[in-house]
Design a protein around this ligand. Structure first.
Ligand code: PEP
Ligand code: MG
Length: 906
């Protein structure tokens, strides 16, 4: 059977459809689908994503050989429908060549427009259109784009401007003109010549004249762009597999730059920033697609409402707005009506917010792309809930529509209202991506990364951003650009990342060379503080304080919906009453892990703790433990009270003791004085605690077994805290957890100590209350013998940090030294300490859950390692029937959504 590699579309027919994203990429599948539902799309064809993988396997020459027959046929298909001929000098056809993967990766890969032009074809087009300015404008754009993308003509240094822009500037300067559109036909022709010469001089490559050669060059360049640095980085951030590959769509060109009745634009069926159900977008008359996103001209709004709002924000008078920046609704009412109908139709068809690109060629509207729109976290939630209310989607779909990790944006701080009133607005840009950000100014993406790595919060300030800036944008708290609209690169990418961004702040003057920006008459240097409000577009001087976000409105509605479907509960890891309260407000159903060791790090407690560790007799330890008891009791009381009525799982002391003792002379002297012994005794004891491999040494239950008085004291503190709360009329629900067991005997021994200490404490109070005793499963042997352990333990909590460490044999504290190489060489796909390794570690967990249930059918199982807040890991836990996941307070909503998704996915 021969493999089909090329799928055509055009004139209301298509060989593909929306279901074929895997083969045709999102763009290709939707181009086919739009044809099938009657949306006007220029004819074309899509080369499958498999060919991209083939390209990497067999190379450029062979892939061209394999594809040639089908591509030749598909080009004929376009020629027939367009009634013109590719490469013909009298009736020429031009095409665009676009990338498009299964998942949308906006701006990460390459596109080439106006392909098929050479000197003869250009003359033919002039004869046909009688519009030499249009033809040579298209030609110089083509040479520029092809030179950049295919022939790799780039600036030599990051400070340098684009080599083509440099040539354009010099030609404009010769005649003292400012705008590209004022270039004469002769000047455009000169640009084409100068561009080609510059390419030859810089790269040594001749610009290809033959349109067929141009086409193959472009197709292979799109395949190559799958592996460019920014695309690789974007995939890493979004978890898109490298194996997916990109499809290539080749379409007949339609021209938005054929004069005043032509235009090009980008539009959204709803607001991608705040989710409002309002059709919106930007367009430019007499322009091509890249002009809108490049940020070099100020785009106009599509709707009148949008235009009025924009003018208001930019401080533009109604007179100026109407004369210079009318909306499309006002300037091209008929086209606008068609556009509005189609955007409605597409949203209804896909039942999701659409992000669309269109071109108007001499009064005729064409759609070039539609896709489900990327939006901010808050817009994502609002749109899902609105679509549910509008009856477009059902509850389960609303849950599935939301991406758990994106909720993170809704949990970030917003500006403190009072502080905001006092803050000075120094300029105003467009509200490109909402949120609040404060930080120090940097001007280059790599500086943003370097400063961030040193612990600084930075704001990346640029004239405009380009895909090369991706890593720096990701490292910054926020992004401020001088140029560019709501659909500029900075705006689109920042929204996708959930990063605060203000774009198009025309009042700022950036100098990359001096590393300064002039705002409101003042010069700000690298390192100076500014603050951005991405929801209003305001820029403030200095650092503006922020305050915590809360769960309300649509967000709360979504979370309530999650509760309706979820089977897996979400608890939190919290060591303080404050964290417990934050988590409860985000919907945590209890505490899955309180690490008691975190409670010892304050001045008084650490002295008593050190005394306990440094004593070498049981009596000495008892004395110190008696000092610690009231502190521990007060801490446990605070947490149990904050979580009143909900379970609180408190873990006995876990880390190696040497982590607590003083290693400096002054600290050792304090302890010698405190304990009435000489310095040498303290130093000997400190030295005796040193271990070669502390993570596998004297820690976890091994501490409680060798020093049972620690377990007894901690139990007493927990039980007496609970008894006191009970007396006050509260409802404490303590659980006591033994860490790091490998054998049931270890657990049995600790359980006996706990029960004895609890009995004594109840006797003191004269009443009892319910509590449970369970264990961590974090050593592979514990997972392997989970049935034996379940005969003694009431619950299991999987400590996947240690379980990952011990299953892989990777030290969790040292993985950074080899992880990048492992990821690079694809030995690991992801960091197993972040994303649970379902294949290996997951097997141990699944087996332990099953063994536990066999022996104790109602045994409770949960996860409390870092994976408890990572969506794919939470889904795994839900699917194997765990009862709960426990994560840090700010990940509770994320885990709740992931858990509900696991239930609705079934
Ligand atoms: C674990 O090992 O997963 C765990 C939760 O314990 P800790 O991180 O404190 O070792
Ligand atoms: Mg552990």
């Amino acid at each position: 059977m021969t493999v089909k590699r090329v799928y055509t579309f055009g004139n209301g027919k298509a060989e593909g459809n929306a279901q074929m994203r895997k083969q045709l990429g999102g763009k290709g599948a939707n181009l086919a689908e739009m044809n099938l539902i009657g949306v006007p799309v220029p004819p074309g064809f899509t080369i499958t994503t498999d060919c991209c993988n083939e390209y990497y396997k067999i190379g450029q020459e062979k892939i061209v050989e394999v594809l040639r027959g089908e591509v030749d046929e598909a080009v004929k298909h376009i020629e027939n429908l367009m009634n013109s001929k590719f490469g013909d000098a009298t009736n020429p056809l031009l095409v665009s060549v676009r990338s498009g993967a299964r998942a949308s990766m906006p701006g990460m890969m390459d596109t080439i427009l106006n392909l098929g032009l050479n000197d003869e074809v250009a003359e033919g087009m002039v004869a046909k259109t009688n519009n030499p300015h249009f033809v040579y404008d298209s030609y110089r754009r083509f040479v520029q784009m092809y030179g950049d993308v295919v022939l790799e003509m780039k600036p030599e240094n990051k400070e340098d401007i684009d080599p083509f822009e440099e040539i354009i500037e010099s030609v404009k300067a010769e005649r003292g003109i400012k705008l590209d559109k004022d270039l004469t036909v002769e000047e455009l022709q000169k640009l084409v010549r100068l561009f080609k010469e510059a390419i030859k001089a810089r790269t040594g490559k001749d610009f290809p004249n033959d349109p067929i050669e141009q086409l193959w060059g472009a197709i292979c360049a799109v395949f190559r762009s799958w592996m460019n640095e920014r695309a690789i980085l974007y995939r890493k951030m979004e978890g898109i597999p490298d194996e997916w590959g990109t499809a290539v769509s080749v379409m007949a060109m339609v021209f938005g730059n054929m004069g005043e009745t032509s235009a090009t634009g980008v539009c959204f069926s709803r607001d991608a920033g705040n989710g409002e159900n309002l059709f919106n977008g930007e367009y430019l008359v007499n322009a091509q697609g890249e002009d809108v996103v490049a940020g070099t001209r100020t785009p106009q709004q599509i709707t009148k409402v949008g235009s009025l709002r924009w003018a208001n924000r930019a401080g533009i008078t109604e007179e100026e707005r109407i004369s210079k920046y009318p909306s499309m609704e006002e300037a091209m009412p008929e086209i606008y009506a068609q556009l509005n109908d189609i955007q409605n139709k597409l949203e209804q068809h896909y039942r999701d917010m659409q992000d669309m690109e269109f071109t108007v060629q001499e009064g005729k509207l064409w759609f070039l792309q539609t896709r489900n729109g990327k939006c901010t976290g808050s817009a994502m939630v609002k749109i899902a809930i609105d679509l549910l209310h509008e009856g477009m989607i059902d509850e389960k779909t609303a849950i599935e529509r939301c991406e758990p990790n994106k909720l993170d944006e809704l949990l970030h701080p917003v500006f403190d209202k009072l502080a905001l009133q006092k803050a000075k607005v120094i300029t105003q840009g467009l509200p490109a991506s909402p949120g609040a950000a404060s930080g120090q100014i940097v001007f280059h993406a790599d500086d943003a990364q370097a400063w961030h790595a040193e612990g600084h919060k930075v704001i990346l300030v640029r004239i405009e951003t380009s895909p090369e800036d991706l890593a720096g944008m990701s490292a910054a708290e926020g992004i401020l650009t001088a140029r560019g609209g709501m659909t500029s690169h900075a705006a689109v990418v920042a929204r996708g990342m959930g990063k605060c961004c203000v774009s198009g702040a025309g009042g700022i003057n950036v100098s990359y060379k001096d590393k300064t920006v002039e705002i409101d008459g003042r010069l700000y240097k690298e390192g100076d503080y500014i603050s951005l409000n991405g929801s209003t577009g305001q820029v403030f001087a200095g650092e503006v304080p922020t305050k915590a976000a809360e769960l309300s409105g649509d967000f709360k509605e979504l979370m309530d919906l999650c509760d309706k479907y979820t089977k897996l509960q979400v608890r939190t890891n919290a060591d303080t009453p404050h964290d417990a309260r934050v988590a409860k407000a985000f919907g945590a159903k209890g505490i899955g892990l309180t690490r008691t060791e975190h409670m010892f790090f304050d001045d008084k407690k650490i002295i008593a703790m050190r005394e306990m560790i440094l004593s070498d007799t049981p009596e000495g330890r008892e004395k110190a433990l008696n000092k610690l008891l009231p502190y521990q009791k007060a801490d446990f009381k605070g947490i149990l009270e904050a979580m009143d009525g909900l379970p609180v799982n408190i873990r006995l002391l876990d880390p190696p003791l040497h982590e607590f003792v003083p290693h400096d002379l002054a600290g050792q002297q304090v302890m010698a004085d405190e304990m009435g012994v000489d310095l040498a005794t303290i130093q000997r004891r400190v030295a005796s605690l040193a271990e070669n491999n502390p993570m596998l040494g004297h820690r976890g239950c091994r501490l409680g077994i060798t020093f049972p008085e620690i377990t007894a004291m901690q139990t007493r503190a927990i039980i007496s805290a609970a008894c006191e709360l009970k007396k006050e009329g509260k409802n404490p629900k303590p659980e006591i957890m033994v860490p790091l067991i490998g054998t049931v005997a270890e657990f049995r021994q600790q359980k006996a100590v706990i029960l004895k200490s609890a009995r004594r404490t109840f006797d003191e109070y004269g009443f009892k209350l319910d509590f449970e005793i369970g264990t961590m499963i974090e050593i592979p042997r514990a997972a392997l013998t989970a049935d034996l352990i379940a005969s003694e333990a009431q619950y299991f909590s999987f400590g996947t940090n240690d379980l990952t460490q011990m299953t892989f044999g990777y030290s969790r504290d040292d993985i950074a030294s080899f992880l990048p190489v492992y990821l690079d060489k694809k030995i690991l796909k992801v960091d197993p300490f972040q994303v649970l390794d379902q294949e290996g570690v997951g097997q141990l967990i699944k087996m332990a859950v099953e063994k536990g249930h066999k022996v104790r059918p109602n045994i409770r199982t949960g996860i409390c390692g870092e994976h408890g807040g990572e969506p794919s890991s939470v889904k795994f836990c839900a699917k194997i029937g765990m009862n709960y996941a426990s994560c840090s307070p700010f990940r509770v909503p994320i885990a709740r959504l992931a858990a509900a998704q696991a239930s609705v996915e079934g």
